[in-house]
Design a protein around this ligand. Structure first.
Ligand code: NA7
Length: 536
């Protein structure tokens, strides 16, 4: 028997976006349900259980601000939260706000079709259950669709194969085994440091050397935590004024306006402070190649100082623009290559030649392995949406509408797909910002919007084409002024063969983005078509 459920809003995804959206809508008296394919809440933190998985935004800032009691009662234990701790937090939130009755797990949404006559979404799950919901809210995450490249021979590999983004729930024992890790992005960096301690031998297969800055993780002393909690409103307000909603302000000075020595001194200060705020030392690392070169050289020198074998050090030196790909956070990552049981293989231009029953072949040489770890990232930002068959007005599929890259208005709604919202969708600051405040911002905007529509008996809302075109043009113009097009990053979809090369997140910064969203709402949802019951 398949069930049919009628709702005001169906929310897809039980990560931090979906949980808060549910809480918010229920509080407003809407009927809402969250569905998720996983067996638990937490979204990306449910799946990414690989050894060493940790958030690279500090705990005290990677947390909800919407409820003061929650904010005050939850105790973080480390400067950066580990995956198990984040998952405990997500479960605590679901308990605390009694969200469970409206969360349906182990339910994968396979399609969502807009019924124009009814002005509602008909959402179907893998088990054949159907939801008829006036609003469909995609809280599907930016880094949730794991990317497994089509390696020749992968199926023939005789050992175990793991993907960092789909890690098993049981502890994986690497003791006494020969492990291969493909990839050197953020997930790989965290996993490599841990696996190296356990494996008999670890071989890392690197396509592009990464810039890894030290995290300087540490236990979070109770006194420090108390002090932050006592000043939370002011701290959160200050973070909201920064480009990405983080706790470090950018030094509004050009790296080229100071001597090389002074620049290095400040970069060293930033390095010692730890974290991805490293590039806030000056304001033009993202815009000026000459400024960027100073930061690049600084990190390359750190690598040369740390790695004892000159040949390995040379291979580890990245040469692309720093910050073009996402900075990775490490804890002795480069020093890991000083271990006798770790070796680094630089892949040729074509990447891995093939995978055999015994291991990995690169440039004609075979590396024998017992287990293979794919740390090959995600089909970022659009991947999770593309895996659902979403059909809007006239049966238009989202895949077709986004064939040449995602197009939407404010990263929130897509022309042709009325009553469908995307939380932290492409075209919004999303992955370039601290996801927690950014999620809260979108959830609150959408909730206010649904309240507005209900009050005015508006049954259909849709991004206007001209507003969408204007926003995409603006977002592209802002991105083109940066150095972000100079490398093959997942921000550009370059890690997924055949994906259009478009800079997906909005890079204009959170403060101006927030202002724009507020102004649009204040003007009665300018740029959106609103249709009342009689007008439809
Ligand atoms: P990333 O950052 O996309 O890293 C994936 C890594 O896998 C990266 O080093 C890639 O090399 C490598 N890769 C991908 N495809 C291949 C193939 N076909 N052959 C060899 N190597 C490959 O994903 P993460 O999971 O590490 O991190 C994603 C985000 O999560 C991160 O930025 C944080 O925001 C949290 P490439 O650089 O493309 O040459």
């Amino acid at each position: 028997m398949h069930s049919e459920t009628r709702l005001d809003a169906l929310i897809v995804g039980a990560g931090f976006a979906g949980l808060y959206m549910l809480h918010k809508l229920r509080g407003m008296g809407f009927s809402a349900r969250v569905v998720d394919a996983a067996s638990g809440v937490g979204g990306t933190w449910y799946w990414n259980r690989y050894p060493g998985a940790r958030c690279d935004v500090e705990s005290m800032y990677y947390s909800y601000a919407f409820d003061e009691d929650l904010e005050q009662e939850w105790e973080w234990t480390e400067r950066y939260p580990s995956q198990p701790e984040i998952l405990r937090y997500a479960n605590h939130v679901a308990d605390r706000f009694d969200l469970w009755p409206d969360i349906q797990l182990e339910t994968r949404v396979v399609s969502a079709a807009y019924d124009e006559a009814a002005a509602s979404w008909r959402v179907t799950t893998g088990t054949g259950d159907v939801f008829d919901a006036r609003f469909c809210i995609m809280a599907t995450g930016c880094l949730s669709a794991a990317n497994t490249p089509e390696f020749d021979g992968l199926d023939e590999f005789g050992g175990r194969v793991f993907h960092t983004g789909r890690w098993p729930h049981e502890r994986v024992d690497f003791a006494g085994r020969r492990i291969g890790v493909i990839g050197t992005g953020s997930s790989a960096v965290q996993a490599i440091q841990e696996i190296a301690r356990e494996a008999a031998h670890l071989t890392v297969f690197q396509r592009t050397a990464a810039y890894v800055v030290e995290a300087f993780n540490r236990p979070l002393p109770a006194a420090e935590q108390r002090e932050i909690k006592a000043n939370y409103p002011a701290i959160r307000a200050a973070a909201r004024k920064t480009f990405g909603g983080f706790n470090r302000m950018t030094n509004e000075q050009s790296a080229l306006s100071v001597s090389e020595e002074e620049c290095r001194r400040r970069l060293e200060e930033g390095w010692q402070a730890g974290g991805i705020g490293f590039l806030t030392a000056y304001n033009d690392f993202g815009f000026s190649e000459a400024a960027n070169m100073r930061a690049q050289e600084f990190v390359r020198d750190k690598i040369r100082e740390t790695v004892k074998d000159p040949e390995t050090a040379e291979k580890l030196l990245p040469h692309h623009v720093i910050g073009c790909k996402r900075l990775s956070l490490g804890t002795g990552y480069y020093a890991t290559y000083n271990r006798a049981n770790v070796s680094l293989v630089q892949l040729g231009e074509g990447g891995v030649d093939r995978i055999t029953a015994e291991g990995v072949v690169s440039e004609g040489a075979e590396y024998r392995l017992d287990d293979l770890v794919l740390a090959t990232g995600f089909d970022a930002m659009t991947g999770a949406l593309a895996r659902i068959d979403i059909r809007g007005r006239g049966g238009l599929t989202l895949r077709k509408a986004w064939e040449a890259g995602p197009r939407n208005y404010l990263g929130l709604m897509v022309n042709g797909f009325p009553n469908l919202f995307t939380i932290t969708g492409p075209g919004s600051p999303s992955v370039l910002s601290n996801m927690m405040p950014t999620i809260e911002h979108h959830v609150e905007w959408i909730a206010d919007c649904l309240g507005y529509l209900r009050d005015r008996k508006i049954r259909e809302m849709e991004a206007r084409l001209e507003a969408q075109d204007g926003w995409v043009e603006h977002a592209n113009a802002v991105a083109s002024k940066t150095l972000r097009y100079s490398c093959s990053s997942w921000y550009l979809g370059a890690n997924v063969p055949g994906k259009p090369r478009v800079f997906m997140p909005y890079i204009g910064g959170m403060p101006s983005y927030r202002e724009k969203c507020a102004a649009v709402a204040m003007a009665g949802y300018e740029g959106f078509r609103l249709a009342t019951a009689t007008a439809v």
